[in-house]
Design a protein. Structure first.
Length: 442
């Protein structure tokens, strides 16, 4: 794998997904004699990378290729093929970057390689319907959910499918951060720049706007976006938007925009449960020509449990390590490659820690959770504890039953299913479980 690709993977593991998407992902790398040159689509991104991430990039590249890779490391505004030393022209993401297709779409995001499961089934169906009939029903289509769960993937799969059926359709994908920055730049430039900016979006047959939460607080930009939105919508053009939460809960988003966004179909994408994480791992490994054993897939799904992005990063580390040392993907190798995720060699969260954390949270005693008493609050904490043990450790249902005072494995299974079901319908419990998981992983 080229050093920049490997460096990207490492960056992805070390910085927040939002920061990665908005500043690192838009970079393009070009090998130059003895090293690498990086290109940013605009000066905001270049400056942010220089300010925040250059030391990390240098560190990772130095690890990969010795000093030669970083000797002449530069970040310029422009594109690899036709580098402009200073690029005052607003560079709109998705322009025609080398790895992207027309309209800023990444051809790697398809429906075929999107693994379906309980947590995203409805979102996938909605996306397919919109791709089949753009601009008809479900306009706008809104995906919401936290980072790394496949919102961008599905949104771009819609664009790719529409484009593959009709190359004349003009699809415009843009990340909202870039929309914001490009507009600021257009205002700064004055003259016809603003019209040019608006025209690019208004001429879309389908507009895909990613991470709309990024324009919260930017009143002018929201006004401009709303104008573009209304114009497209009136013209029967499809709009797809993603957001990290339901727009009503985004502070700093104008009421009029919130109501427009909620006026079509909105679908939440939830974090995948363990069985689905295993399915995703197997499918992704398969597409890279690697077969994962049940044991290894189970281990990776256990330690990388936050979202699909983390799962993917973990799988890449494991496969990368196997290639590097020329070995098969064994459990030992996976444990070694993922040491950074578990905080020690092969350490995964144990039942004792889970019990203590759940007991603290519900203000009960660990012994009570393990008992057979059936007070309501005890039953809930017991079910949550069982669910967390299943999600965060490698224990089987019958193992867990034994730990929980000799419960039958079907009891454990139904407790887990119950919590999994409730998470889908009860946002409070969903939040509670997430905060327990993050406490446990700390
Ligand atoms: P989001 O936009 O919600 O933050 P992304 O769409 O960027 O998440 O997904 C993060 C990574 O996980 C991407 O590489 C994406 O392809 C992958 N991914 C997410 N969900 C799935 C899925 N259900 N099947 C296959 N890959 C997925
Ligand atoms: Mg995204």
């Amino acid at each position: 794998m080229p050093p920049w690709e490997t460096c990207l993977q490492k960056l992805q593991e070390h910085i927040s997904a939002d920061a990665f998407d908005s500043t690192i992902r838009p970079l393009q790398a070009q090998p130059v004699q003895g090293g690498i040159k990086l290109y940013a689509p605009n000066r905001y991104i270049r400056d942010a990378v220089k300010r925040e991430y250059l030391p990390l990039i240098v560190e990772f590249l130095a690890e990969l290729g010795g000093d030669s890779l970083i000797q002449d490391l530069e970040i310029e505004v422009g594109k690899p093929s036709e580098a402009r030393p200073r690029g005052p022209k607003p560079s709109l993401q998705g322009g025609n970057g080398k790895s992207r297709g027309p309209g800023g779409l990444d051809p790697a995001y398809t429906f075929e390689n999107f693994v379906e499961g309980e947590s995203n089934r409805f979102a996938k169906v909605a996306a397919q319907q919109v791709a089949d009939n753009p601009g008809r029903n479900n306009n706008p289509l809104l995906f919401h959910g936290s980072v790394g769960l496949g919102k961008t993937h599905l949104m771009q799969a819609i664009g790719n499918l529409i484009q593959s059926r009709n190359s004349d359709v003009r699809i415009v994908y843009c990340h909202c951060q870039v929309f914001l920055e490009s507009m600021v730049e257009a205002v700064r430039l004055g003259g016809g720049a603003m019209q040019q900016f608006a025209r690019r979006y208004q001429s879309a047959d389908a507009l895909l706007v990613d991470d709309i939460q990024f324009i919260a607080g930017a009143t002018q930009t929201q006004k401009e976006f709303l104008k573009i939105f209304n114009r497209l919508w009136d013209g029967g053009r499809q709009i797809v938007v993603t957001c990290d939460r339901y727009p009503r809960f985004v502070k700093g988003l104008e009421g009029s925009l919130k109501s427009r966004l909620s006026g079509g179909l909105h679908v939440q994408i939830k974090p995948p449960g363990k069985a689905m994480r295993v399915a995703i791992l197997k499918s992704k490994a398969e597409s890279r020509g690697v077969t994962l054993s049940e044991e290894v897939a189970g281990y990776i799904a256990t330690v990388a449990n936050a979202n699909v992005r983390e799962l993917d990063g973990a799988l890449q580390s494991v496969i990368g390590q196997a290639h590097f040392i020329g070995d098969d993907v064994t459990l030992e190798l996976a444990q070694d490659a993922l040491r950074h995720l578990v905080g020690g060699p092969g350490r995964i969260i144990n039942i004792g820690e889970i019990l203590r954390t759940v007991a603290d949270h519900y203000d009960v005693k660990a012994a009570e959770i393990l008992s057979k008493r059936r007070y309501r609050h005890l039953v809930r904490s017991r079910h949550v504890a069982m669910y967390l043990v299943k999600e965060l450790t490698n224990r089987s249902y019958s193992d867990i039953g034994k730990e929980f005072g000799g419960s039958h494995h079907t009891t454990v299974k139904s407790a887990c299913a119950k919590i999994e079901g409730l998470i889908q319908t009860d946002p409070e419990l969903d939040e509670e479980i997430r905060s327990l998981v993050s406490d446990l992983k700390r």
